[in-house]
Design a protein around this ligand. Structure first.
Ligand code: SAM
Length: 309
């Protein structure tokens, strides 16, 4: 079968359309940038970068580096979480003078676990236009490749870095039937998995979406009981950037299941597996065998965590 070679990107008919579309002045353009692979930026986004009067960015060095890859040179305005309010006023004044300003963060979509929302709010308050230029976002990329069959997801972003607050947050989420979408840093991944296992139990599925769009991209799905083992099996599994997806609570009888697991955990801290499962079954009315299997998995995971130190 003969194959025709693809047209050069610049010769594609759509490139003409990109330049023909309208890009209003006095507007803030919220642009998603790549989460790893430099090519993951839209045609409209690239064109807008070339039209911008200035680019507001989280870290000027990172953005200068990215723009350099695209051959774009523009004035940069530092807009990070510590100066968002002040820079918002400056941006509003510049937009009122008829400029087009592009807002980016270091990676992915601005205002999603990133600065940007305050600037957008100030621009809207001033009666000016905000135009999204959609693209990469780590959580959405992870969901799209996860294979988890649930139309609903709950975006959590980063959990609290404090163990007590984190555990309370997780307990509040324990009956949520939507897939949970978490962001996590590599130095906290082991502790977070431990906490997820304790609160959600061993049976729920977790998806590790690591280094998405990069050289060492890994998407691994397993029950929570196997998650500590997977992390410790290879030092590389704990490195890089992570999205964690947690299967939602079962739709039926979810509150009963969660309560039984909570009771089982308390008993397991004091009693052998069999006794803890028997008592938990008596106290909650749940099936003894199912609780016994869960108790075994919890105990195994605890032992594995203890071995890791
Ligand atoms: N605004 C970004 C977005 O739209 O996804 C998120 C920024 S947040 C400060 C950075 C976190 O996103 C990382 O700690 C990690 O949890 C997640 N993340 C970013 N890039 C990623 C990637 N390539 N693979 C996996 N997770 C990533």
């Amino acid at each position: 079968m003969s194959q025709t070679s693809p047209p050069l990107l610049t010769a594609m008919p759509v490139m003409h359309e990109v330049a023909q579309q309208t890009y209003p002045v006095s507007a803030l353009y919220v642009l998603a940038t790549p989460i790893g692979n430099v090519c993951d930026i839209t045609l409209r986004g690239l064109h807008m970068l070339s039209l911008a009067d200035a680019i507001a960015c989280e870290d000027t060095r990172n953005t200068a580096h990215l723009l350099n890859r695209y051959g774009v040179s523009k004035p940069l305005l530092a807009a990070h979480e510590h100066n968002e309010r002040e820079v918002a006023e400056k941006i509003v004044a510049r937009l009122q003078a008829g400029e087009r300003i592009v807002l980016v963060s270091d990676a992915g979509t601005p205002a999603i676990s990133d600065p940007g929302a305050r600037i957008v709010d100030a621009v809207l308050h001033a009666g000016l236009r905000v135009i999204p230029l959609p693209g990469a976002s780590a959580g959405i990329a992870a969901l799209s490749a996860s294979g988890l069959l649930n139309d609903q997801f709950h975006f959590i972003g980063f959990l609290s870095p404090k163990a007590g607050a984190r555990d309370k947050q997780l307990e509040r989420l324990a009956t949520d039937t939507a897939t949970l979408v978490l962001y996590e840093a590599p130095h906290r991944i082991v502790d977070t998995i431990d906490a997820l296992l304790k609160v959600f139990g061993p049976l729920r599925q977790i998806v590790f979406a690591r280094e998405l769009t990069k050289l060492f991209e890994t998407i691994h799905r397993c029950p929570l009981s196997e998650a500590p083992g997977w992390l410790s099996a290879d030092a590389n599994h704990q490195r890089g950037e992570f999205v964690l997806l947690i299967e939602g609570a079962p739709q039926q009888a979810d509150n009963d299941d969660v309560e039984a697991l909570r009771v089982l955990r308390i008993l397991l801290a004091e009693l052998p597996v069999k006794q803890a499962a028997t008592l938990a079954a008596q106290l909650t009315g749940q099936k003894k065998n199912a609780l016994y299997q869960q108790a075994l998995a919890l105990r195994d995971a605890d032992d594995a965590a203890a071995e890791q130190g």
